[in-house]
Design a binder for this molecule. Structure first.
Ligand code: ADP
Ligand code: MG
Length: 536
């Protein structure tokens, strides 16, 4: 006899005859059973079922008010799905019709009255064991299902991580390949534009003073187009330029740069509101943040690109928001708009150079330059957007070591006339650079190589040397270090072509104050002089 099942089981007895109830109670007490609840009123059976939660129901068939068949149906209906609660029917009616009817309603077993207590206990023990086995099975199934769900979740996570890592890799490779391609294009254009702009600078006085007005006008258009082209090349270079090949770096005040960029771009967003167009509202939430070491105009260009994109994305007006924060040594700059947003496909491609959805109005170089910038500074760029719901660009940059003073804006141009030595092995280029310097009011002496430079430095004092890097014989960097070795202290600007930048990895060479990339424009030359000779 399964005594253990009996001892932990809970029992519900429903029989209108008190003597039967007592007999069953005594038999169960004899077997030291678990708790027993009984009733002689079948109308109370369901209530007791809920309150006592039995493991087995011992049920009489023929009772007043509610008969056993109806009760079996009610009990079955009251049970949660999947629960197995054995019902043992006790009856004096032994006809096979009655038995079949009770079994078909859901009774598990039969005992005929008068009851044999021993047989009663044996049957109950068997039914209880079946119930407990069933419960254990269900418990294990549940645990198994939870385990499977958990494992499935883990596998899905792993798959997602893998897919996104793969996408990231493909994207980086694509950007790298595009960068290499862009660098080749930029290199060739550099050389051509240096000549175009240089000759243009030489021809400028003629077209401005002597040529007929119409020709002068055409010349200005030509120069403006060439300057634009040079600008595009510069932005391409921004995308590719390797780290640490930058111009002189200073601590950059992030909040000040944002405010300047807002002011500088004002003509684009303010006029729209004024001319009755849709207004762009600007909101700033700038926390005190540390500086990073960089080039303020470059960072302003990054912000300007983001601002122009945001304005383009809000043709019917909206809000442009800037926030800054600092977390764990990272400066966090967020630029968000309430514009048209981007599709998933647009997000995945927007950093590629030349990707634009603006047709002829876009160059597709803005975000490529922003991406190049954060790469160079060891930062990251996050884009949070969906179609129709605006866009938020998050730039994270490592902060400079603590307590760096903030850069004091840009110095006004120094109008002092400088004596400059210009070195380039190509006569046309050194003449052009010299002429550009003269146009700015400086004295310029073009020489062809390092030997001539060192000789000139010995015989006269100079304010500045501007030298090409790649030359046969001595390179520009070698000339600078020779000058230092000879004890000559002279500011030195080194002109680098695109190829040199890619090869050089060690930062600014000794004796060199500033690296300046070709093509040289009047503006970049002027800026370089302002950097090397800040007004006091
Ligand atoms: P361009 O502005 O010349 O198109 P960008 O590189 O600056 O080039 O931007 C590339 C593309 O990314 C845009 O054409 C536009 O589709 C999308 N984009 C950039 N910024 C936003 C923005 N704030 N909201 C919606 N789309 C944007
Ligand atoms: Mg843009």
């Amino acid at each position: 006899m399964s005594l253990q099942a009996l001892s932990i089981g809970r029992f519900l007895i429903v029989d209108d005859e008190v003597s039967n109830v007592r007999l069953l109670e005594r038999a169960l007490a004899y077997a030291k059973s678990g708790p027993v609840v009984s009733t002689t009123d079948p109308r109370k059976a369901l209530e007791l079922l809920h309150s006592s939660k039995p493991d087995i129901v011992l049920l009489d068939l023929h009772m007043p008010y509610v008969d056993g068949f109806a009760l079996i149906a009610q009990i079955k209906a009251a049970l949660p799905p999947g629960e197995y609660l054995p019902i043992l029917v006790l009856t004096a009616d032994v006809t096979s019709e009655t038995r079949q009817r009770a079994l078909s309603k859901g009774a598990q077993d039969f005992l005929t009255k008068p009851l044999d207590p021993h047989e009663v206990l044996l049957r109950i023990g068997n039914l209880l064991e079946t119930r407990f086995l069933h419960m254990e099975l269900q418990r294990q199934n549940g645990a198994l299902e939870r385990l499977v769900a958990q494992r499935t979740g883990q596998l899905e996570d792993a798959l997602n991580r893998l897919t996104s890592a793969q996408q990231q890799l493909v994207k980086q490779e694509r950007l790298r390949a595009l960068g290499m391609m862009a660098s080749g294009v930029a290199h060739d254009f550099n050389n051509a534009l240096t000549l175009v702009l240089g000759h243009g600078a030489l021809l400028r006085p003629f077209f401005e003073n002597d040529a007929p007005q119409a020709e002068g006008e055409k010349f200005r258009h030509l120069m403006a187009a060439a300057e634009d082209a040079a600008h595009v090349v510069t932005r391409l270079r921004d995308f590719y330029r390797p780290a640490d090949q930058d111009e002189l770096r200073v601590p950059v005040d992030v909040n000040l740069s944002i405010q300047q960029a807002i002011v500088l771009t004002a003509p684009r967003w303010r006029d729209r509101g004024r001319s009755g167009g849709a207004a762009v509202e600007i909101e700033t939430q700038l926390a005190e943040v540390p500086t990073f070491v960089g080039h303020p105009p470059e960072f302003r260009d990054v912000l300007t690109n983001l601002i122009f994109n945001a304005i383009d994305a809000m043709p019917t007006g909206g809000k442009l928001r800037f926030t800054t924060a600092c977390e764990e040594g990272l400066i966090i700059v967020k630029v968000s708009d309430t514009g048209v947003g981007m599709t998933e496909d647009e997000v995945s491609r927007c950093l590629e150079p030349f990707f634009t959805t603006k047709g002829a109005l876009g160059t597709g170089l803005g975000l490529a330059a922003v991406y190049g910038f954060v790469q160079r500074y060891g930062g990251s760029l996050g884009i949070d957007t969906s179609k129709g719901h605006g866009a938020c660009f998050t730039i994270k940059l490592p902060a400079a070591a603590a307590l760096l003073p903030v850069a004091q804006g840009e110095a006004p141009p120094d109008k002092r006339a400088l004596r400059v030595l210009v070195v380039d092995d190509q006569e046309m280029i050194r003449e052009i650079i010299a002429e550009m310097l003269r146009v700015e009011g400086h004295t310029a002496n073009p020489v062809e190589d390092g030997v001539a430079v060192l000789a000139a430095l010995e015989t006269r004092s100079w304010d500045l040397v501007i030298s090409d890097q790649s030359m046969p014989g001595m390179t520009g960097a070698q000339i600078a270090s020779e000058a230092v070795a000879a004890g000559v202290k002279v500011p030195f600007i080194l002109l680098t072509g695109f190829g040199d930048e890619m090869r050089a990895q060690g930062g600014t060479p000794p004796g060199v104050d500033l690296l300046l990339s070709k093509p040289l424009t009047s503006n970049s030359l002027r800026n370089a002089l302002e950097t090397v000779f800040p007004a006091s």
